[in-house]
Design a protein around this ligand. Structure first.
Ligand code: UD1
Ligand code: CA
Length: 453
């Protein structure tokens, strides 16, 4: 949008969070609240986004990076005082200023866009986003004129009994004509219950300057939930999760039970995949079509092909191909790549390894720092002995290798393609050949290895 600048107020500590972390950096659905707000605003393509920082400003500034210009509010003297810190960036600006708070993570782009359009269409000095709440406790109340325009906003601590009974509340999100806002800001004082400079006072001041202010009532009050406590955080989380699950279902994914499914905002899932209960999909995950995920799957920052199924397992920072089955009770750790049609079975842990196409590791195995070819079969209890107390050492297993039950691979070790190894072997060095009786070779090596111990 042209002629638009956004200001996000994020200087507060959030004292009711009882936290060492700035409030806006607390996460909802897998990412800090501030990121949710930034994303909604970035989609509007404003000319500039200004974030007002204060409590642990360095941390918030670092977090924003290039996404916003940060201005510091040294002392928290109120929301009007916070916006004043942005004046150097607004002085000459003639367009709209969208002012939002950093603690409303559910706010959506469409709502903000509508708010801006309204102000522009009706040519008023400001449009305030409001909503009606059965329990308006804690919010500023919206007092209207007879003609429906907004007369003023009264903070809860400053309300009289009549005002306290008003159900229409200020969401803390506004669009102002920039120059008019600056004029009103100069006149805001701090004669109120909290001795703060309230941004909300600009509304009454604009009225006195013969300018009109309108309200736009948000249909969905959940969108403007302001997070002030850990309880609010959990509520926002629940609403956002429900919204994400609904969006995922819209795209042709079955979510058996949204109430026990936790999908982060960045997760992408292909159509006809089924998400079973008690499943957590975190971070940046990309999951293909027709997968069956869960019950009890925890997948984080991973790319998964189509037609794969995961039950009772953990998969982190991994890449998994098509038609792979994982679990029950498997642990795929960071740096693992699993090819297509592979099977990772019960009580198998794989870390920093690649597993080729159609390879089976079905029971009771630990595979670390290994490179395993295609169509290999690792018997029950195959274990890489990859750590000598100081270093992690590599294991290489070629295509079509067959390892019998209880094979120990003492790294560094290489099992040549096509080698078949009987059960209970301890392998080290280079093992096997392409000859049909390859297991004899491995036994010799195995004996040698045992002697060395
Ligand atoms: C504010 C509004 C209230 C509205 C509510 C919606 C005012 C005076 N009141 O109240 O009408 O119903 O939001 O959630 O604006 N902040 C600063 N610097 C400051 C003070 C606050 O940056 O000096 C930031 C906070 O970090 C926060 C936001 O402004 O992100 C709102 O501040 P907060 O103290 O939570 O205001 P509320 O009392 O919730
Ligand atoms: Ca608040």
């Amino acid at each position: 949008m042209k002629d638009l600048v956004a200001v996000i107020l994020a200087a507060g500590q959030g004292s009711r969070m009882y936290s060492g972390l700035p409030k806006v950096l607390h996460s909802v659905a897998g990412q800090p609240m501030l990121d949710h707000v930034l994303e909604s605003i970035e989609a509007l393509e404003p000319e500039r986004i200004i974030v007002v920082t204060g409590f642990m400003s360095e941390k918030v500034r670092e977090h924003c990076g290039k996404r916003a210009v940060c201005v510091n509010q040294d002392r928290r003297l109120g929301t009007a005082h916070a916006v004043r810190q942005a004046i150097p960036h607004l002085n000459k600006f003639k367009g709209d200023v969208l002012v939002t708070v950093g603690d409303t993570p559910l706010i959506q782009t469409e709502t903000l866009k509508e708010l801006i359009k309204r102000r522009r269409a009706h040519q008023v000095a400001a449009t305030v986003l409001t909503t009606e709440l059965d329990n308006p406790t804690g919010y500023g109340r919206v007092v209207r004129n007879r003609d429906g325009t907004v007369r003023k906003i009264v903070e809860e601590k400053d309300t009289n009994v009549y005002e306290a009974a008003i159900k229409e509340i200020n969401t803390g999100i506004y669009v102002f004509d920039c120059q008019k806002m600056l004029e009103a800001l100069r006149r805001v004082g701090n004669k109120n219950a909290q001795k703060e400079y309230y941004l909300t006072d600009t509304i009454e001041i604009l009225g006195r300057l013969n300018d009109e202010v309108e309200a736009m009532v948000a249909d969905d009050p959940t969108e403007i939930i302001g997070v002030n406590s850990r309880g609010d955080l959990a509520r926002a989380e629940a609403f956002l999760r429900r919204r994400i699950a609904a969006a995922v279902m819209e795209q042709g994914v079955t979510v058996i039970d949204p109430a026990t499914t936790y999908i982060d905002k960045q997760v992408q899932i292909g159509r006809d995949s089924v998400i079973q209960p008690f499943t957590i999909l975190q971070g940046r995950c990309k999951i293909g079509e027709a997968c069956e995920i869960g019950p009890h799957a925890h997948v984080r920052d991973s790319v998964i092909g189509s037609g794969s199924n995961f039950r009772y397992c953990t998969i982190e920072e991994a890449e998994v191909g098509d038609n792979v089955s994982v679990g029950p009770y498997a642990n795929i750790r960071p740096g693992t790549r699993v090819g297509s049609d592979a099977r990772i079975g019960t009580f198998v842990e794989v870390t920093r390894s690649s597993v080729g196409d159609s390879t089976d590791i079905l029971h009771l195995s630990y595979i670390g720092d290994a490179e395993i070819g295609n169509r290999a079969s690792l018997g029950t209890g195959s274990v890489t002995v990859n750590y000598d107390g100081k270093r992690k050492l590599p294991t290489k297993i070629g295509d079509d290798v067959f390892l019998g039950t209880n094979t120990k691979l003492v790294a560094p070790v290489e099992v040549v393609a096509g080698t078949r190894v009987a059960h209970d072997e301890i392998l080290t060095g280079k093992i096997g050949s392409v000859s049909p009786s390859a297991s004899g070779t491995s036994k010799t090596k195995a004996r040698a290895a045992r002697k060395r111990r």
